[in-house]
Write a protein that binds this ligand. Sequence first.
Ligand code: ASP
Length: 296
Amino acid sequence: MEDVISAYDFSRDQYLEIFSLADEILKGRKIKMKEKIIAEAFFEPSTRTALSFSAAAQRLGMNVIGFSSQEGTSVVKGENLADTIRMMENYSDCIVIRHKFDGAAKFAAEVSSKPVINAGDGKHEHPTQTLVDLYTIFKTFNTIDGLNFGLIGDLRYARTVNSLLRGLTRFKPKSVYLISPPPLKARKEILRELNYEYVELNSPYDVLHDLDVVYVTRIQKERFPDEVEYEKVKESYTIDEKIVNSMRKGSIILHPLPRVNEIDRKIDVSPHAKYFYQASLAVPIRQALFVKILGE
Ligand code: ASP
């Protein structure tokens, strides 16, 4: 395995191998990759992704260099992305990049001879979040096949949704409901690629009792081309007690986080709420990913 740019970069077997390695790591298997250096190029804000990549690298005994915003780098002097990446490949064994432009990670991978991991590029993809999401589902249900999924919220601009929809093509979901206000519907070019059936809905109520996984997303304010469009849809959905009370026993609510106000904080104590557990799995799964990419 080399670059990870899209959720398509993993085969079904590779997903399952990474899950099983993460399980071994959680059970206490020690893997050390002391000589290696990870370079993090974060041109956009991040909490979980950046910290869990760093924590994963450090748990493996690797060193981490990089930056968490372009302020303080030569980009503010006018250095371009290609030159920045060329420097980083000289100083490290693997580059983790987050950028506001769709396609930036692929571009970096073309420039770099070292593996590049996409930690989120614009509204395009966030494949390692999909690893976290699918791993959480796999650990909960012991399968991904045969489950009913409801993706709720901003399906248009959320890169985690694109990656999850693509990652699910490696499995056999029973049904996938795409639930959003009409302006935030999933993009057609993504839907066209899917090898499973999906149903688009404006409201979750008709299907809630059927869902195993309710995947909620934040409205991606920063990706709207126009503030007026954002104002029209902001606060257009909230997962509240009424919704949670209609969910089936054993079903789970996931969210890539950060949550703004699309999940009522009262829900955090519900047995359905698994989003903080999901965030906790970000470290072992990223450890497993580094091992697969860089070798033990
Ligand atoms: N943290 C995720 C991302 O970077 C989800 C979000 O920001 O809403 O895409």
